[in-house]
Design a protein around this ligand. Structure first.
Ligand code: NAD
Length: 250
């Protein structure tokens, strides 16, 4: 299994940080040639092919995907992982903020996938894996906008799986629980007592700890691989049992 992605080319959006960086490392370890498309490529893993792309911008996405295809001559796997957080209720985020977040978290996935589809159609091992969230199924306080955006990611996973089934392109998503990434660390750092806040956050997880990015990457690698050849249109929860056991941190 070590080289199961040998000869295949994978795009990972948001691959410069957190969960995305772990996915880049996992796919590269298994022999994939990995292209990182990220708005901030300063932190992209060394050795990876990286292009600065803003997934909120169609021209930027089209140029980035074209650069990957030109460099490698093929695209087999797309991991739509880039996304941003948003806190608040429907009252606390105005229309502008809704459009900003949906433009990145939802339309970003659409733009990247659309640009890559002509290449995926030519691949004998085509797969798209989207990073959704526990927020798809859990009603979490102060996550109205974020949860709506990730609910759309899940729904798009289903619709795209149906639309591209006969073309041999599988589409799945992962639903991580709270993961130990720079994003979560930034949230903790803004608390009065970051260490106490981290301990409280860990305690709220069913298994008493944060999800590790490498655990999400393992699930992405599985869903992207021929081992999941009969799996499409599914969401795999990586959340310590929160969804499966119907536990909620409310
Ligand atoms: P992160 O902030 O550590 O990494 C996100 C990456 O996406 C960064 O490299 C950032 O530069 C990039 N990015 C942001 N906006 C972009 C844009 N417009 N164009 C291109 N790249 C952009 O975050 P993370 O925690 O690793 O989250 C990655 C994904 O996992 C996100 O989709 C997030 O919603 C999802 N997720 C995270 C958690 C968590 O607890 N960390 C839980 C569930 C789901």
């Amino acid at each position: 299994m070590a080289e199961e992605f040998a000869g295949l080319v994978a795009i990972v959006t948001g691959g410069a940080s957190g969960i995305g960086a772990a996915i880049v490392a996992r796919l590269a370890d298994a022999g994939a040639k990995v292209a990182v498309l990220d708005i901030n490529i300063g932190d992209a893993p060394t050795g990876s092919f990286a292009r600065r792309v803003d997934i909120a911008d169609t021209e930027s996405v089209n140029a980035g995907v074209a650069a990957v295809a030109e460099h490698f001559g093929r695209i087999d796997i797309v991991v739509n992982n880039a996304g941003i957080g948003a806190q608040g209720t429907i009252e606390s985020n105005d229309d502008e903020e809704w459009m900003r977040v949906l433009n990145i978290n939802v339309l970003g996935l659409v733009r990247v996938s659309r640009a890559a589809l002509p290449w995926l159609r030519q691949s004998p091992a085509a797969a798209i894996v989207n990073t959704a969230s526990i927020a798809v199924t859990a009603g979490l306080p102060d996550r109205a906008l974020y949860g709506a955006s990730k609910g759309a990611v899940y729904s798009l996973t289903l619709q795209m799986a149906a639309d591209h089934l006969r073309e041999g392109i599988r589409v799945n998503c992962v639903n991580p629980g709270t993961a130990d990434t720079p994003w979560v660390q930034r949230l903790l750092d803004s608390a009065a007592d970051p260490a106490a806040e981290r301990a409280a956050l860990e305690k709220r997880q069913p298994h008493g700890r944060l999800v590790q990015p490498a655990e999400v990457a393992e699930a992405v690698a599985y869903l992207a691989s021929p081992r999941a050849g009969s799996t499409t249109g599914t969401a795999l929860a990586i959340d310590g049992g929160m969804d499966g056991l119907r536990l909620r941190p409310v």
